[in-house]
Design a protein around this ligand. Structure first.
Ligand code: SAH
Ligand code: SF4
Ligand code: F3S
Length: 451
């Protein structure tokens, strides 16, 4: 038996890929372990989106090198693999910078890991795979193993053709590719059979999904969701990440018509200034985005919105930044992520002369985050006293406690609820804490009175 440690950086697609790598290596005798120190094989599944994310990988590799040397002294062996978007972007460079690395494998090639491991165990040096496209991968991967989880990710689409000028994803994940409908339905049914009650559909541009359906036609994400909603015992569906330009009418209608689709939408806008949106190549204006938000809210009035923002994109003026704050004030987000612009090698924006000074980025980020945090707090506060269906996922920290998620993805803690893990139960929110909600089970008597 060999021990495998996978460390995952970056987005949910990497979380999905890490789970699939573990499934792929299980038949070779690898079982999961919690630390690198006792692993026979370590995989760093990396992210290239911002400089910090990529640099973390090299400091981690430095630590692994020392572990590997210590292991070799004792006559043992540790295999180090770098997977994910840094692997794709930097390829051989990684081995040049850290020769302790044995394997470099891109996000579309990890189905080749078993042969790569065999190759290096024959002592033939390093192994490198950074091939596209994604079809290959999904055709060869085994079905996900059952882990007893209540929620799961399912990648339905990979890659991106949008080429926002700041972003590495089109280079690290390649062109947009949608998995065929039948393959996705089979994977989702398998997950539901293994006890999964909520699936989050993943794609860099998930709402650009256009996979081939069983009828031979290209299916939209809305049509796929409609089919998934028919799967027995699959009670909740979510999808992430959407691009405003691909938010089609049928997908908006799905939020109105399909009860399994949760009233929560991550819809990044990045900036509120039309000049900056154009320089980013986002393909829409701030007004377009606000109109879209109105249409979505008209279809599903209780929908909670979340977003991503970049401050300090090259050339961003105080007035541009103010436009971002104004947009945020108009939308009122329930949750959001915000970042300082990070110039990425090979992307057009990195070559723009007018880069924004670091201290200006810092100040803008602080101001934006204060506003977003206040909105998130206000949203959470508005939940006090309301009753939500909560899908219980895990035991809480206290004995007997269970933690689940509201339809709006907020963690909800409830006492004496351990036996409810895996089911959806009505919970009345009694307290709003800083990052979660606290609730009590709504008794059947209360429910009867309410009806
Ligand atoms: N496909 C998604 C986002 C993928 S990356 C979309 O289109 O919105 C996740 C987030 O990282 C982005 O939304 C963006 O806010 C941020 N990001 C991407 N590149 C960045 C960069 N160079 N610097 C700072 N933030 C970046
Ligand atoms: Fe990156 Fe833009 Fe594609 Fe999102 S849509 S992954 S931000 S290029
Ligand atoms: Fe990072 Fe790659 Fe995801 S760059 S955000 S891991 S697609």
């Amino acid at each position: 038996m060999k021990r495998l440690f996978i460390k995952t950086y970056g987005c949910q697609m990497n979380v999905y890929d890490s789970a699939r790598m573990a499934d792929l290596l299980a038949p070779l005798g690898f079982t999961a372990t919690e630390t690198a120190a006792d692993a026979d094989m370590v995989i760093l599944n990396t992210c290239h989106i911002r400089e910090k994310a990529a640099e973390k990988v090299y400091s981690e590799l430095g630590k692994l090198k020392r572990l590997k040397e210590a292991r070799a002294k004792d006559g043992g062996r540790m295999v180090i693999a770098v997977a994910g978007c840094v692997a794709q972007a930097e390829g051989k460079e990684i081995i040049a910078r850290q020769p302790a690395v044995d394997i470099v494998v891109g996000p579309q090639s990890y189905q080749r890991l078993p042969e790569m491991i065999a190759k290096i165990s024959r002592g033939t040096g390093h192994a490198l795979e950074t091939e596209f496209p994604a079809e290959d991968k999904f055709d060869t991967l085994p079905a996900p193993a059952a882990h007893g989880a209540t929620t799961a990710f399912l990648t339905v689409q990979e890659g991106c053709d949008k080429f926002c000028t700041f972003c590495v994803v089109p280079y690290t994940r390649g062109a947009e590719f949608s998995r065929p409908v039948a393959q996705i339905l089979a994977e989702a049914k398998g997950l539901a059979d293994s006890g999964v009650r909520e699936i989050t559909l993943l794609g860099q541009n998930v709402n650009a999904y256009c996979g081939t359906g069983p009828d031979g036609n290209a299916w939209s994400l809305a049509k796929l969701i409609e089919a998934l909603a028919k799967i027995d015992r699959l009670q909740r569906l979510r999808f992430v990440t959407s691009h405003p330009r691909d938010m089609s009418e049928d997908l908006i209608a799905a939020h109105r018509d399909i009860p399994q689709l949760m009233p929560y939408l991550h819809l990044p806008v990045q900036a509120g200034s039309d000049t900056i949106l154009a320089a980013m190549n986002r393909g829409h204006t701030a007004a377009d985005y606000l109109k879209l938000v109105d249409r979505i809210r008209a279809a599903r009035p209780d929908i909670a919105l979340s977003g991503d923002f970049i401050v300090g994109f090259p050339g961003e003026t105080d007035a541009d930044f103010k436009a971002t704050l104004d947009l945020v004030k108009q939308v009122e987000y329930a949750q959001a992520y915000s970042f300082k612009y990070s110039p990425r090698p090979g992307t057009p924006a990195a070559a723009i002369a007018r880069q924004v000074p670091e201290e200006v980025k810092e100040a803008r980020l602080a101001e934006l985050q204060a506003l977003l945090t206040a909105q998130q707090k206000a949203f959470n506060a508005s939940c006090a006293g309301r009753t939500f269906p909560v899908l219980f996922e895990n035991p809480g920290r206290k004995a007997g406690q269970a933690v689940g998620r509201s339809p709006y993805l907020q963690p909800v803690h409830v006492e004496d609820a351990l036996s409810l893990i895996g089911s959806i139960v009505d919970v009345r929110i009694e307290a709003v804490l800083s990052n979660s909600l606290k609730g009590v089970l709504v008794s059947s008597r209360e429910k009867a009175l309410a009806h």
